[in-house]
Design a protein around this ligand. Structure first.
Ligand code: FAD
Length: 285
């Protein structure tokens, strides 16, 4: 007899900046949707900086009948603005939200006094206003959030979001599986009880990866950095090596009991398709 697979395999997109990018994304989504992901999520720029484009992407996904989880970053927004966005999503039949603090885009000034300050306040607001209407995902940081004064404080802050009503967490990407397993164990010890789905970033472009990782505090292990650096402009070798590294990472995570994988697709289909197929991940039931 088969027991039901409750793991969640999902895919993240960002809202394209141009009409051409949007057209290209439609092709990417068609390819990826054939895998049967549990849902696609779509990022949102704090302070409303991508609001129109996130809506466009989310509305298009919903028009295709695709399960969609918009990200909602609260920093720099007041309650009226969050209500406005959420009511748009209710109209679109959205039942999942990835609730975040976000980071103010540079040049947009400070968040202001009336704004939400942390993700736990957004989660509490969503629960207070909308009850159980949404499945709420929050962000988790196995290598800890770069602004946290220390690991213990960061874990306590993570617990606040969970206690405010999060259903599940998605992690920042990492390449050291022990960081994830250690984090999950710490959560157990602190009675933080929810599925923590590892976020996985395929490796296809070293310069971009190095830039992101410096900004978000995700460590690229030295042996990976060195190998990628050595490939220079040889994109085929970067992709082949990146595929092996990330395939092994995913396999270890799943063997170790991870409750799914959230792929940061970067709006590209090929690398995620190859990983999903080689790992023989299941389509959502
Ligand atoms: P929080 O949970 O609020 O934590 C932020 C920092 O504040 C941490 O250092 C924490 O320790 C501390 N803290 C938290 N609560 C408190 C409190 N009550 N009192 C004092 N300190 C506290 N960014 C975007 O702009 N748009 C996106 O779409 C987006 N999607 C993401 C998706 C995932 C899965 C992940 C992992 C990150 C995403 N980000 C996105 C990035 C994220 O917004 C940044 O990492 C941001 O700096 C923190 O957001 P958070 O929701 O984790 O914040």
């Amino acid at each position: 007899m088969h027991t039901q697979d409750t793991r969640s395999f999902s895919l993240e997109l960002f809202p394209p900046k141009t009409p051409e990018g949007m057209e290209k994304l439609k092709g990417t989504v068609a390819e990826l949707n054939a895998l049967g992901p549990a849902y696609f999520s779509c990022t949102y720029g704090a302070g409303g900086s991508t609001r129109a484009r996130t809506f466009e992407t989310v509305d298009w996904l919903r028009a295709q009948g695709i399960e969609t989880a918009p990200h909602l970053a609260c920093i720099g927004s007041d309650e009226a603005e969050i209500r406005d966005i959420v009511s748009h999503y209710i109209d679109q039949g959205i039942t999942r939200i990835v609730a975040l603090r976000g980071d103010m885009p540079s040049g947009m000034g400070s968040p202001g006094l009336s704004a939400f300050r942390y993700a736990n306040e957004l989660v509490a607001f969503l629960r207070r206003e909308y009850g159980e209407r949404f499945h709420i995902e929050v962000a988790a940081y196995p290598e800890f959030h770069p602004q946290a004064p220390n690991a213990e404080v960061d874990l306590a802050n993570f617990k606040r979001k969970v206690e405010a009503g999060a259903d599940a967490a998605i992690t920042q990407y990492f390449y050291n599986p022990d960081a994830y397993f250690e984090f999950v164990e710490q959560c157990d010890e602190h009675r933080i009880d929810l599925p923590i789905v590892p976020g996985v970033m395929p490796i296809t472009n070293y310069t971009q990866l190095a830039r992101f990782s410096d900004a978000c505090g995700a460590e690229i292990p030295r042996y990976i950095r060195k190998r990628l650096e050595a490939y220079g402009d040889d994109k085929a070798s970067i992709r082949a090596f990146g595929h092996e590294v990330v395939l092994n990472l995913c396999a270890r995570l799943l063997e170790g009991g991870a409750p799914g994988i959230h792929f940061y697709t970067m709006n590209q289909a090929a690398a995620t398709l190859a990983l999903w197929r080689e790992l023989e991940l299941p389509a959502a039931g």
